[in-house]
Design a protein around this ligand. Structure first.
Ligand code: MG
Ligand code: MG
Length: 255
């Protein structure tokens, strides 16, 4: 079931969105060569505690994971792309790191992810990260009444195809609000004009992610981390967006 939010409820989600954006900005600065993933996890725990927020990941036990998850941020390095379990690893020059954060404040959730390149980037990794950012921007540009979920999916897929990246449709975007995952599902590939009509009050996480060489993913022995099946590098960009009568509101944009 899709729950539409009132303007006041969207403003409450925007409060959470600002916090998520601030923490991701801090992580972006801190993700340097030699920094351990567990240090980044510790930063997020501390910020969540200070703010009185609730992690959406802590104790998360979906059907596909080996729950419960006992961390507050997903950190996915190189060929890992989604649900990366923070572990004892010091970042190296050229690593591609995705940081995905979802929290709830006063009962309202926001969810966002960024991918950064640590130290010296491989130009092909830079191109990949930009493709996910461009795909996210393309989807946000059509996130308005009169369009459908299929228009979002098609906008993402067009950017992926132009870049030569295969698309996985198992994991994509989703509605959110009182909880992290609500209807509707937003695949990263689809037909323009098809699917649920976008309408004011719909709040969604849009999250294109691509691997350089494959659309297939495999799960790590840790039971959580999803990796590109061919070991190629991956990237992921995500914002929480509210549909309005006019321009979409990006609730997790860094100010
Ligand atoms: Mg996320
Ligand atoms: Mg999400």
């Amino acid at each position: 079931m899709v729950e539409l939010k009132s303007p006041a409820e969207i403003q409450r989600m925007a409060v959470t969105g600002r916090f998520v954006a601030e923490v991701l900005s801090e992580l972006r600065t801190k993700a340097q060569i030699g920094v351990n993933l567990l240090e980044l996890e510790a930063v997020v725990r501390e910020r969540i505690r200070e703010r009185g927020a609730v992690s959406c990941y802590w104790d998360y036990s979906p059907s596909f994971g080996r729950g419960p998850f006992r961390n507050t941020v997903c950190l996915s390095v190189n060929d890992a792309v989604l649900h990366g379990l923070p572990f004892d690893y010091a970042l190296r020059d050229g690593d591609v790191l995705t940081m995905d954060l979802a929290v709830s404040i006063d009962g309202w959730v926001a969810d966002s992810a960024v991918t950064v390149i640590v130290g010296t980037p491989d130009p092909e990794d830079t191109r990949l990260v930009r493709a996910t950012e461009d795909a996210l921007a393309a989807a946000i540009a059509v996130a308005r009444p009169g369009n459908t979920i299929g228009d979002l999916s098609a906008a993402i897929a067009a950017v992926a195809e132009a870049g030569g990246y295969p698309i996985n449709t198992e994991f994509g975007g989703h509605g959110l609000g009182r909880t992290m995952h609500e209807d509707p599902h937003i695949p990263n590939q689809g037909r323009a004009g098809r699917g649920f009509w976008l309408r004011p009050g719909l709040t969604i996480a849009i999250e294109p992610w691509f691997a350089r060489g494959t659309d297939r993913i495999v799960t790590d022995p840790d039971g959580w981390t999803l990796r590109a099946a061919d070991g190629s590098r991956t990237a992921h960009s995500e914002h929480t967006v509210a549909i309005t009568d006019t321009e979409p509101l990006v609730l997790t944009r860094a100010s």
